[in-house]
Design a binder for this molecule. Structure first.
Ligand SMILES: [Zn+2]
Length: 253
């Protein structure tokens, strides 16, 4: 009975291999490494530490600290490209903003095949994004999902403008920022009466991240729920500071 099949069994089903192959996101076919179940051996906490250390190095602008910190240099170049050509083993999923000032690999000092990234304006999670996260966790064995907002986010700013002035936006922009509006409303009611707008915007940025993280953590589908309950997956939230380059992991637990 199809109706009794869980989503996991559907993804893992041998008869659905061609569909799984089409999900390999650019490699053209399900790589042998995936078929063999090759996944990162990092835990969620280790993955988080690597991101934190990478960001510390980014802020300090001292990549040569690698030898001291024992965190490997970003994996780049043709050898690395060939190493992962047959299969990827990323250790973190990033849900972050499309903003050109917020490129995850650079902020965390990472290279090829290390971060599985979902980016859109406002770092929201729609069905496509959720499916991408589930794919990374279930198929690639990624132990960490990081949802990262950032200072002065234009998409969150737009949602705040909707709340403040009932503004409307052309094309699909209005629909895109709709999921951020509740965070903007919450920020407006939580901010002190004398708060400057930048502060209200920043509250909304964090609230938007909180809501996305909470939603992912409370997802009913076992594809995320099972590894979360088993302690094999962590979903954390953070906010990137455009001015000093630091990432504040304000929602870890
Ligand atoms: Zn943004």
């Amino acid at each position: 009975m199809v109706s009794t099949l869980s989503r996991r069994s559907f993804l893992g089903c041998a008869c659905c291999a061609p569909m799984a192959a089409s999900l390999s996101l650019g490699t053209g076919a399900l790589a042998p490494a995936h078929a063999a179940g090759k996944k990162t051996d990092l835990t969620a906490d280790q993955a988080l530490q690597i991101l934190k250390e990478g960001n510390r190095r980014f802020v300090a602008d001292t990549p040569d600290q690698a030898a001291v910190t024992q965190i490997k240099d970003p994996k780049l170049g043709h050898e690395r490209r060939l190493e992962i050509a047959e299969g990827q083993t990323p250790f973190a999923v990033l849900v972050s903003c499309s903003d050109s000032r917020v490129p995850p690999e650079l902020l965390f000092g990472r290279g090829l095949g290390e971060l599985f990234i979902i980016r859109n304006a406002g770092n929201t999670v729609d069905t496509t994004a959720l499916g991408s996260i589930e794919y990374a966790v279930a198929q690639l064995g990624v132990p960490l999902v990081l949802v990262m907002g950032h200072e002065r986010c234009g998409a969150v700013d737009a949602a705040l403008t909707v709340v403040e002035r009932n503004a409307s936006f052309p094309g699909s922009i209005g629909q895109m920022i709709e999921p951020i509006v509740p965070a903007a409303l919450q920020a407006k009611s939580a901010a002190p009466a004398n708060a400057v707008r930048d502060d209200v915007l920043d509250i909304a940025v964090r609230e938007n991240v909180k809501r996305v993280v909470t939603r992912l953590r409370s997802a009913s589908d076992p594809i995320l729920m099972d590894p979360l309950k088993a302690g094999k997956l962590k979903i954390v939230g953070a906010r990137y500071d455009l001015d000093d380059g630091s990432v504040d992991f304000f929602m870890e637990g």
